[in-house]
Design a protein around this ligand. Structure first.
Ligand SMILES: Cc1cc2nc3c(=O)[nH]c(=O)nc-3n(C[C@H](O)[C@H](O)[C@H](O)COP(=O)(O)OP(=O)(O)OC[C@H]3O[C@@H](n4cnc5c(N)ncnc54)[C@H](O)[C@@H]3O)c2cc1C
Length: 427
């Protein structure tokens, strides 16, 4: 059986952050990083906008401002991002304040999907050149924590320290591993929302501030804004046995690609569940399945003009004279979101959209499209036994899947923090 001093599962920013740090500070250790995909599959390769300000991406259950800022500085020193300028936003800040909304001023960079793919290639090449073993297209299936062995679809591997960083797509896998290792966890928070798509001229703030972060009442916020060459996409969750469901998402190409004049962003509401249903994963799945049922196996899309009138959208709603742009995810089913989304969630989202239209007028144009559902599953909360995201001897859980981050830079920071823990143990 092969042995590595450190095995890292997941080549997203969390896994990469840990790998670079460990390689730089313990070059004598053998390190393997593996991924079930041929390339890191999360946000690094989808839009790749990075936020360098507290608290964006940092769950406050795991981070305080001082710790996050310390790690963010290390992330920034390593990645050397080109920070984008924010211009002319005072007016928006004042308008927001007057109606009880907060516009966070965040330092951001944006590479675009093509730029992100290029970055991943560069980073993996650097790791490889530094002697880190990289296994792509290899899936971890199970583990035996007492024997310190993981089993992949290709082999068994013995480790001294194991870092699991499987991201949001590995949410259920991580729960399986925690159950197997008797690691207590909670998973009671889920973000549910819609993705809004409109023409850039109806949401012109993006010309001055790439990803404006608005915080509304009722735990509702804007998230992941894309513009210039922006597209809505869908992600598939589930499996053949329990059934598949979809969440929408968005990304944009870099400024080197032709602009399509559209913008999209998520409007999300955070829902915290209490007993008897305390599984965000189970709740999200039910909502996803219900949307899929009503959408005939696809996400639902609805023009705001129809939504306001309480009418479902039909195929014609996307070709009428009032409707002056085509949806970028046309495979969605025109329908009625109100038949699928819980009333409390929908009220909060609609309230947020109306407030946003008072700050950036134009959004409520009838042609604006709402796509449903957009669900974020990153709220596994393992019980950590130290501040380095350790859950058992030689076992660390990091990144979005473990609830230690909600974005690229925080995920990278969580990798650094686990690496610090391993380095401390190894002396
Ligand atoms: C479409 C999309 C766009 C996004 N855009 C942005 C953005 O612009 N900015 C931002 O800050 N955040 C963005 N995010 C969120 C961002 O992707 C995450 O916060 C971040 O990538 C989390 O990093 P991670 O390392 O925890 O997980 P990931 O980046 O998801 O990486 C986890 C990796 O683990 C692998 N994996 C999972 N299970 C296994 C297994 N069993 N065996 C082997 N490998 C496995 C996966 O293939 C994946 O490559 C986006 C997310 C998506 C899905």
């Amino acid at each position: 059986m092969q042995h590595y001093d450190i095995v890292i599962v997941g080549t997203g920013p969390a896994g990469l952050g840990a790998a670079f740090e460990l390689q730089a500070r313990r070059p004598q250790d053998s390190i393997l990083i593996l991924d079930k995909n041929e390339m890191s599959s999360g946000g690094l390769r989808n839009d790749c906008k990075m936020n360098f300000s507290w608290p964006i991406g940092f769950p406050e259950t795991c981070w305080d401002e001082v710790t996050a800022s310390y790690y963010l500085k290390r992330v920034e020193d390593f990645l050397q991002p080109a920070i984008m300028e924010r211009k002319n936003i005072r007016t928006y800040v004042h308008r927001a304040e007057k109606i009880g909304v907060k516009l966070l001023e965040i330092r951001q960079s944006h590479l675009g999907t093509d730029g992100g793919i290029e970055l991943i290639k560069q980073l993996t090449a650097r790791l490889q050149a530094a002697g880190v073993a990289i296994a792509l297209g290899e899936t971890m299936k199970t583990m035996d924590a007492s024997a310190k062995v993981i089993t992949t679809d290709k082999r068994e591997i013995h480790y001294t320290d194991l870092i699991l960083a499987p991201g949001r797509s590995g949410f259920a896998f991580l729960q399986d591993m925690m159950n197997l290792c008797s690691i207590p966890y909670r998973d009671n928070i889920v973000d549910i929302g819609v993705r809004v798509e409109t023409r850039e001229e109806r949401y012109p703030i993006v010309k001055d501030y790439y990803d404006p972060k608005f915080m509304f009442p009722k735990k509702t916020r804007t998230f992941c804004t894309n513009s210039r060459s922006a597209h809505v996409v869908q992600e598939r969750y589930g499996d053949p046995e329990t059934g598949y469901w979809y969440s929408v998402n968005g990304h944009a190409w870099s400024s080197s690609r032709p602009a399509n004049g559209l913008v999209n962003f998520a409007m999300l509401k955070t829902v915290t569940l209490t007993a008897p249903l305390a599984s965000g994963q189970a709740y999200a799945r039910m909502l996803g399945m219900q949307a899929s049922l009503l959408g005939g196996g696809r996400p639902i899309m609805q023009r705001i003009g129809d939504f306001r009138l309480g009418k479902r959208s039909f195929a014609e709603s996307f070709t009428g004279d009032l409707y002056d742009f085509e949806p970028t995810l046309p495979s969605c089913t025109p329908g009625d979101i109100a038949l699928s989304a819980p009333a409390k969630v929908l009220n909060a989202l609609w309230n947020g959209i109306k407030l946003l239209d008072s700050i950036v007028p134009g959004l409520l144009h009838p042609s604006t499209i709402l796509y449903y559902p957009e669900i974020k599953l990153y709220a596994n909360k393992p019980v950590f036994i130290d501040q380095y995201f350790r859950v058992a001897e030689g076992l660390y859980l990091i990144g979005d899947g473990a609830g230690t981050s909600r974005g690229i830079t925080a995920a990278w920071a969580s990798g650094l923090r686990a690496a610090d823990g391993i380095l401390r143990e190894r002396g």
